[in-house]
Design a protein around this ligand. Structure first.
Ligand SMILES: Nc1ncnc2c1ncn2[C@@H]1O[C@H](COP(=O)(O)OP(=O)(O)OP(=O)(O)O)[C@@H](O)[C@H]1O
Ligand SMILES: [Mg+2]
Length: 262
């Protein structure tokens, strides 16, 4: 899957995260985890609420420190927030006082390029997500799906090595989600950024990913990894027997308290 790139490898080595619980004591959010994510691959994390999916994503992004272990990005330990790592979360974290164009241009501020080039790149990124003609619209005037498209343009315009997505389409209706999947896959195929995608939705994980890691109820642990071999594009109404079997297997796994498929 990663023949086109060797940038964006994530090595999670014995990574463990423990938080202080509000009433005293400690919460183990992520049990010691080892995981290698190939450069350029699209990988999903799926699991029940509270199992540590966001914690793992936040640890990779350097937003949450590890209690033990190490996470490396292309061999360098993650020590804090890294500009080579892009994020798209469920909330639309757009600046409401900037237009769509302004939001995308803002992401390019740290690059030493002319205003003209920033403008051109931002226009191209908005075109890539199908928002041509909406450049001067404010987030408050856009639909939820359109706002997430701006968020995608804003993140891809900087060509990050890794893209972390935490239930980015969780608030969208089913039809808009399908459209977002198509846009995301098209852009991912063009850029080959490594994507780590968190979802509750088994179908979403299988439609998008090269590989899905299934986590158990906390303390978060990966209990199974499933490669998705079916060719893209994949649609829920046009799935092969392998896909169906994988889906049923994951659903059974998620139903079991200990994560065992009986
Ligand atoms: N900052 C924090 N301080 C204390 N405990 C936390 C903190 N962040 C997360 N936790 C706890 O860590 C565990 C894992 O939380 P996390 O948010 O990673 O789960 P999740 O799998 O993303 O859940 P969801 O699917 O509901 O988003 C939970 O028990 C949660 O209460
Ligand atoms: Mg979460």
């Amino acid at each position: 899957m990663n023949a086109q790139t060797d940038i964006g490898r994530i090595d999670i080595k014995g990574a463990e995260v423990t938080f202080k619980a509000p009433g005293g004591g400690r919460v183990e959010a992520l049990a010691a985890t080892d995981l290698v994510i190939d450069p350029g691959s699209f990988v999903s994390l799926i699991g029940p609420s509270g199992c540590g999916k966001s914690t793992m994503l936040n640890a990779v992004g350097g937003f949450v420190p590890l209690t033990s272990g190490v996470i490396e990005l292309d061999g360098d330990p993650v020590k804090g927030i890294n500009p080579d790592v892009g994020v798209v979360f469920q909330q639309y974290a757009l600046f409401p006082w900037f237009t769509a164009l302004g939001n995308v241009m803002f992401a390019l501020k740290r690059f030493k390029i002319s205003k003209q080039e920033r403008l051109e790149r931002a226009y191209a990124a908005l075109k890539e997500v199908g928002l041509e003609g909406r450049e001067r619209t404010y987030p408050g005037q856009l639909s939820g799906g359109m706002r997430q498209r701006v968020a995608l343009a804003r993140v891809f315009v900087t060509s990050p090595k890794v893209l972390l997505m935490d239930e980015p389409f969780g608030a969208l209706d089913a039809q808009t989600r399908v459209a977002m999947h198509e846009i995301l896959l098209r852009i991912w195929e063009a850029h080959r950024t490594t994507v780590l995608f968190v979802t509750h939705d088994v179908d979403e994980a299988l439609i998008l990913s090269d590989c899905a890691h299934i986590m158990s109820v906390g303390p978060g642990q990966i209990i199974e990894t499933m490669d998705v071999k079916q060719e893209r594009p994949r649609h829920v109404d046009n799935i092969g027997p392998d896909f169906l079997e994988a889906r049923n297997h994951i659903i059974r796994l998620l139903r079991q308290p200990g994560g065992k498929d009986h």
